[in-house]
Design a protein around this ligand. Sequence first.
Ligand code: CP
Length: 311
Amino acid sequence: MGEFNWTKKDLLSLYDLTGEEISFILDTAEEFKKVSQRNVKKVPALRGKTVVNFFVEPSTRTRMSFELAEQRLSADIINISADSSSLKKGETLLDTARNIEALQADLIVMRHPAPGAHVLLADKISCGVLNAGDGSHSHPTQALLDIFTIREKKKKIKGLKVAIVGDILHSRVARSNAWGLLKLGAEVHFAGPPTLVPKEFEQIGIKVHYNLKDAIEGADVVNLLRIQHERQKAGFFPSTSEYAKFFGINEETCKYLKPDTLIMHPGPINRGVELDSSVADGPRSVILEQVTNGLAVRMAILFLVAGRVKK
Ligand code: CP
């Protein structure tokens, strides 16, 4: 790991980070990955620190991964969900956060449906704030684990062709990946139906395609996004079977891929829609390695921001 002075108490978005900061998180995660490969998978890095996991939206992977990362770092942990909190009684988000702060918690890991909710908390409270997903805006730890997995497999990011396919319009994963990958020098391609892929993304250097073949042919990485069933009801595309025919990755569309193209998906997968099981479970897939790497990435970022929280 090179010499670098981490200065931020929050992780809000990859948009806010420099390429150097992103690379430093990935380098730190490489060290933490080794911890999970030992017999005793625990270090005292966050002993005496309290982390509050505050999930106002459902989550399986991110929540489990953060909680296990906190356990592996020996933190004290409190879990709050929207259904069992006083948000239900009308308490404001800021009042809830101020109560968490009054209990001398060090870090809040939050998933919230409102874009920017984390910025509000980070400005107003002394705890470090980690964004575990805010609406359609940002999901920085998902993008970090995706980029970590690409770097681990391809040994670089600069110059790679990365295609992200699906519901770009509503995807915090697509935005976060694009911000991080562009900063590290990758070529980013978005593909999907015109109703789900705004042309405006070209203004920040992303190549936009409405044809799957153009996006994935010769790609080093293809990252598939979940097609949400509620989108079909909203009329963004005629039917899930038509979506699968034109934008699904299956045995047929795999013919455009290189033998070493990485197939990625943040989960949960709609098997048979954006991705067929033969590909999801096939030799190009690194989907479960993404999950493993998420633990190392979250240990790294928890460790880095905890070091900047003033109490
Ligand atoms: N990838 C991801 O964010 O999954 P969860 O919604 O299950 O956390």
